[in-house]
Design a protein around this ligand. Structure first.
Ligand SMILES: [Zn+2]
Length: 384
């Protein structure tokens, strides 16, 4: 099993200078690329010409043509990766449901953390060897502490400096003990605010998280209003920038809390069970139109599936994803009858039969059960 781990680097004086220069260079490439990107984007909007729309390649080509002499003393991979990341950041900005998240920003020399990426680093004899620019003489491999990393080529690695210390993320071969078999199986029914499974319920919307969701909604509305009132200049005002910073701080808090909930629950699942059934969460994500903070709820669902999938693989357990058309909500887990038409249970219960949102009553066999427990049982029925 290969895992990426953060390690502390111990560069000598020469290589410290090299790393610092590369951090500066990355910031230079990013900022220059971003300015170019913004210019291209503005002229594309003004002239309304599709051909002027900025792309990663256009920006990169222009910057390569424009290279100054000193730039040749630095790894060209740094420029390449910076513009690649800039392109990704723009894509995110246009795709995300959270509009205020991920808009590429200029980077400052004052930022506490400075870093760069390269795809040409190697591990040679247990040390990190960076891509040496043509014509450079003084060049040393860099020691690092931690487990013994794999020798050879690395994929893209990121290196950063914080408080005078240097760090890198490197791939390691790690042994993972498979978890003991328990002979037990379970199913998880994922809902907004809670996950139900055979052993009970997990609250995924504790009070402090809910408050953060509300605050995020508030900031989002505020920013949107400023954009409507002040148009394109809105983003330049101090108040706008301040509100956006608060919003992003809350996004980070939410991400941490969600991560924590998901990690604890998935660890419990792979410890306690051999087989786990979940729904095809893509469908559930689409149905959440009525929910507040649906973007954040969706990302929680996505995270849950992602983390559970890799943990199941690590620990030798099995994950079963229900077919997207499997009627886990409508089926009676007692007799197997599937409700159709007017009998269907919706998010607010059933109008015809005046049932509540959490009730499932089967009119074939008379079975009465909590709606989410019924769904868990139905999912469990998928494992023989
Ligand atoms: Zn029934």
């Amino acid at each position: 099993m290969i895992r990426v781990q953060k390690v502390r680097l111990y560069p000598n004086q020469t290589m410290k200078k090299v790393l610092d220069d590369l951090c500066d260079y990355r910031r230079y490439c990013w900022n220059k690329g971003l300015a170019l990107w913004n210019d291209m984007y503005d002229s594309y909007l003004v002239l309304n010409d599709e051909k002027l729309k900025p792309t990663m390649n256009k920006v990169r080509n222009e910057m390569t043509v424009d290279k100054e002499d000193w730039q040749y003393l630095l790894s060209s991979r740094c420029l390449y990766q910076a513009i690649e990341d800039l392109g990704k950041a723009w894509d995110n900005f246009f795709n995300k449901s959270m509009k205020d998240w991920g808009k590429p920003k200029f980077k400052s020399k004052k930022d506490a953390r400075q870093g760069f990426k390269t795809d040409r680093a190697k591990i040679v004899d247990g040390k990190l060897r960076l891509d040496k620019p043509y014509g450079t003489k003084d060049w040393y491999d860099i020691k690092f502490k931690g487990a013994k990393s794999l020798d050879g080529e690395l994929k893209v690695i990121s290196i950063y400096c914080e408080n005078g210390k240097y760090w890198a993320s490197l791939p390691f071969e790690v042994e993972i003990d498979k978890k003991d078999k328990t002979g037990k199986k379970t199913a998880v029914d994922v809902n907004v605010g809670h996950f139900d499974y055979t052993d009970g319920q997990i609250n995924t919307l504790p009070n402090h998280l809910n408050k953060l969701y509300e605050r995020i909604n508030f900031y989002q509305r505020q920013l949107a209003r400023k954009r409507i009132v002040n148009g394109k200049n809105a983003t330049k005002s101090n108040n706008y920038v301040k509100t956006r910073a608060k919003l992003q701080r809350d996004y980070r808090k939410v991400a941490n809390i969600q991560y924590d909930i998901v990690h604890k629950f998935t660890t419990k699942l792979v410890n306690d069970y051999d087989k786990i059934v979940i729904e095809d969460l893509d469908v559930k994500k689409m149905q959440m139109t009525h929910v507040a903070s649906k973007g954040l709820q969706r990302s929680l669902f996505g995270l849950f599936r992602k983390v559970l999938t890799y943990k199941v693989n690590w620990y030798g357990k099995e994950l079963i994803i229900a077919d997207r058309y499997y009627p886990s909500t409508q089926r009676c887990s007692n007799c197997g009858n599937v409700k159709t038409g007017e009998d269907k249970v919706g998010l607010y219960g059933n109008q015809k039969h005046k049932t509540k949102h959490n009730e499932y009553i089967c009119y074939e066999c008379g079975f009465e059960v909590d709606r989410d427990k019924n769904a868990v049982k139905n999912l469990l029925d998928l494992i023989c």
